[in-house]
Design a protein around this ligand. Structure first.
Ligand code: GDP
Ligand code: K
Ligand code: MG
Length: 278
């Protein structure tokens, strides 16, 4: 029995796709400790469950409600993540996508709102995006069901290849890469085999994600890890690279997103008076 989850920004079409892909709700209630509704359904082909995660712009939560998705990733072991991305707001949506790619588990990108992107004059090329990100990208119009067959096919293929994890990786520069290696080594000693990649855990730790830090096993020596973190941050400051680790990690991701969009998006046909969001 597999467990898949839908993750993405708010209003990208996650629930529309959830309703298309599932039959009965197994459980409808709230996520523990928050008022956010939890939805788990059975996939139509009975191959497993699908969880509809609350919409977020980043895994780093500002509130407990926003922490639901990060906590889910840190504590559950989903066999597949379906990241729903709004093609008409690709640049903004990719910030979460990069964090989910770093999670290192099998993943499919549902490139939704293709109709909206097109009517805005934005040409998003799924094949080029796929080549940039290294995971399957399926164009969708979830409102009409366009792409349902293709996403089911992609899900089946990933299911048949359980080792199909993304090998996407960002180079955060020497100082950060060194501290990632040090902290990853510490975490590998205490994390169970089923856990998400130690690189993902480490990056979330460096960003100060409370939902992920709270899920670290009690054997993790937080004091030691925090010392490693602050030493790296000091180095970033003294060398004039950034004021904080969080800021640096964000800036490197944003730069990568710009590069990806330069390759995969043709915005030259966007009408000058169309309201487009970054
Ligand atoms: P969620 O917040 O990610 O769960 O998104 P929803 O599934 O609730 O969708 C948000 C809104 O976008 C709803 O009004 C949907 O009908 C609409 N929607 C979803 N997918 C598409 C699409 O591909 N194209 C268009 N034009 N609208 C869509
Ligand atoms: K919504
Ligand atoms: Mg929803």
């Amino acid at each position: 029995m597999s467990s898949a989850a839908l993750i993405g920004n708010p209003n990208t079409g996650k629930t529309s796709l959830f309703n298309t892909l599932t039959t009965s709700y197994e459980y409808v209630g709230n996520w523990s400790g928050v008022t956010v509704e939890k939805k788990v359904g059975q996939l139509r082909d009975k191959s497993g469950n699908l969880t509809d995660l609350p919409g977020i712009y980043t895994l780093h939560p500002l509130s407990r409600d926003e922490g639901v998705a990060a906590e889910y990733l840190a504590t559950e072991a989903p066999s597949l993540l379906i990241n729903i991305v709004d093609a008409s707001k690709l640049e903004r949506n990719l910030y979460l996508t990069l964090q989910v790619l770093e999670y290192g588990k099998p993943m499919i990108i549902g490139l939704n709102m293709m109709d909206v992107a097109m009517s805005n004059g934005l040409v998003v090329k799924p094949d080029l995006l796929e080549a940039e990100l290294g995971v399957p990208v399926v164009p969708l119009v979830a409102r009409t069901g366009k792409g349902t067959k293709e996403i089911l096919q992609a899900m089946g293929q990933v299911q048949d290849t359980p080792t199909a994890a993304p090998n996407f990786s960002i180079n955060y520069g020497e100082i950060v890469e060194q501290v990632i290696e040090k902290i990853s080594r510490e975490l590998n000693e205490v994390l169970s085999a089923n856990h998400p990649s130690s690189r993902w855990m480490t990056l979330q730790f460096l960003e100060g994600n409370p939902a992920v830090i709270g899920s670290l096993p009690p054997q993790a020596d937080l004091k030691k890890l925090r010392l490693m973190r602050s030493e790296a941050e000091k180095q970033l400051k003294t060398q004039g690279i950034a004021d904080s680790l969080e800021e640096h990690i964000r800036a490197v991701r944003m730069k990568r997103i710009k590069e990806i969009c330069n390759v995969a998006v043709d915005a030259s046909h966007v009408k000058p008076n169309t309201l487009t969001e970054k």
